[in-house]
Design a protein around this ligand. Structure first.
Ligand code: F0G
Length: 457
């Protein structure tokens, strides 16, 4: 008999989960204004809010913490991180930042000005936030297939070359760079192929534009390339990663994802001149250029995480768990973004709750129902997150109205995934009687979904 697949690690430390009753959860979610970000973590049974900063560090990462050098300037931990970035990603210059959006803030302070246009594949919300905050515009050039959850496409993170070239042709002078998010979180943790990255490179060269990779889940992207792109099956993850990054000039990184640390980020680049310009903002916003908002011990753990995060065995365990949850949901005919993404399963809320009008926030309603059912916390990636148009202040209704179940790295077992799957099946079975959506009672002027207050309609 063929041996079954098993995780590529064993568990050395555990953390207790507090269980709760439905009555408790009904009360807690009402008190939280039907906003899952406002819940206390102890009110959550299985926390799939995000895979960001929620992973379990390895014994090697924990031991690296003890070796951290906390010197203000020139710490050995900075050089450890520098070496890992050079070896794994191929960039000579870098600046540590406290997380991914801080990297965006520093980099965009140099590169983005009012009226600029930044094309790419579906920009992540903080990226878009930092663009719009500077009165610039994010233009989504993702392939159309990505917006239909029933269509199978191996690389739904890809950019449509025609859409991209149209923008480059029409607004070339207003475009400071092209941004590629790998994997593309907003379209469902979907990868970008090397072929597509090379095509974007060609267009960028034709129009003289640099390329920025928003790299939070770059290793998961490389895993999908190995599995799905012709010609890459025999290459190592590290070889594929280097080939991917050879297509870009600059990268921002939220290390809370594929570097498997709880906090941290960086910007890396080939240009010494850009490094110098960005250093000014890094010092102002983050900290001196050799720590930039991170402690030495965290830089050590991050460097170790970059090595572990690009090991095939780790990635296989990780992505197979996400696929396992996706497969269970598909068994029950629950509508999910297909194929299943790298870090999360995305439920198509428009198809789950078609009787609910979009004005009542279908994905948020589904996320609230799932929490009440089983204490599982997912997150809305839909109209709440899409926010209002910065000019007209009208609500924006994106094509995809999704509830994301993001799986933290090395944290839960497949038994937990089974609980999530059954809880969703219970909701699916009674979807026709979920007829009451949500309305907004209070909201912030930008990135409202984090703090929004809601009530039942
Ligand atoms: N880029 C992408 C693609 C992301 O997914 C995130 C964060 C960021 C940038 C910002 O990084 O959180 O370190 O400041 N995504 C998290 C998520 C929050 O839940 O998907 P950060």
């Amino acid at each position: 008999m063929e041996l079954p697949f098993a995780e590529s690690y064993k568990i050395k430390m555990v953390e207790a989960i507090r269980r709760s009753s439905r009555e408790e959860r009904d009360r807690w979610i009402k008190e939280a204004g039907y906003n899952l970000f406002r819940l206390k973590s102890e009110q959550v049974n299985i926390d799939l809010l995000t895979d960001s900063g929620t992973g379990a560090m390895s014994d090697k990462q924990w031991s690296e913490l003890m070796l951290g050098d906390e010197s203000y300037a020139g710490a050995s931990s900075y050089y450890k991180m520098k070496n890992a970035i050079l070896e794994i990603l191929g960039y000579e210059y870098f600046l540590p930042t406290h997380q991914g959006r801080a990297a965006e803030n520093v980099l965009f302070s140099v590169l983005v000005k009012a009226g600029d246009i930044i094309p790419g594949n579906s920009h992540f919300d903080t990226t878009k936030g930092h663009i719009e905050f500077r009165k610039a515009f994010a233009v989504d050039c993702t392939i159309n297939e990505a917006f239909n959850t029933t269509v199978h496409h191996p690389f739904k993170g890809n950019v449509d070359p025609e859409k991209l070239e149209k923008i480059l042709k029409a607004h070339g002078d207003k475009i400071p760079f092209i941004i590629m998010t790998i994997t593309c979180n907003s379209s469902g943790g979907q990868p970008v192929s090397v072929e597509n990255l090379k095509m974007v490179r060609q267009l960028a060269d034709k129009y003289g534009k640099p390329i920025v990779f928003d790299s939070a889940r770059f290793a998961e992207n490389a895993y999908f390339i190995k599995k799905r792109e012709p010609g890459y099956a025999d290459k190592t993850i590290r070889e594929i990663v280097l080939e991917m990054f050879s297509c870009a000039d600059i990268m921002t990184m939220s290390s809370k994802k594929d570097a498997i640390v709880n906090m941290g980020g960086f910007i890396a680049m080939r240009s010494k001149e850009l490094h110098q310009k960005a250093s000014v903002y890094n010092i102002m916003f983050e900290g001196f250029i050799t720590y930039g908002g991170m402690s030495g011990r965290d830089m050590n753990a991050l460097a170790q995480g970059l090595y572990e995060g690009t090991e095939y065995d780790y990635l296989e365990t990780r992505i197979r768990q996400v696929e396992y949850l996706g497969a269970r949901l598909m068994e029950f005919d629950i509508p999910v973004q297909q194929p299943i993404g790298g870090h999360a399963v995305f439920i198509d809320a428009k198809r789950f709750l078609p009787r609910l009008p979009k004005e009542e926030f279908q994905a948020q309603t589904l996320a609230v129902e799932l929490y009440r059912e089983a204490g599982v916390r997912g997150v809305e990636i839909g109209a709440l997150m899409a926010d209002r148009d910065p000019v007209t202040r009208e609500n924006r209704y994106p094509e995809l109205e999704l509830m994301r179940l993001a799986i933290p790295r090395r944290v839960y077992t497949n038994n937990h995934m089974d609980v999530v799957a059954i809880a969703l099946k219970n909701l699916w079975d009674r979807r026709d009687i979920i007829t009451r959506g949500l309305k907004i009672t209070s909201e912030a002027p930008i990135m409202r979904h984090f703090t929004v207050g809601l009530d039942l309609v």
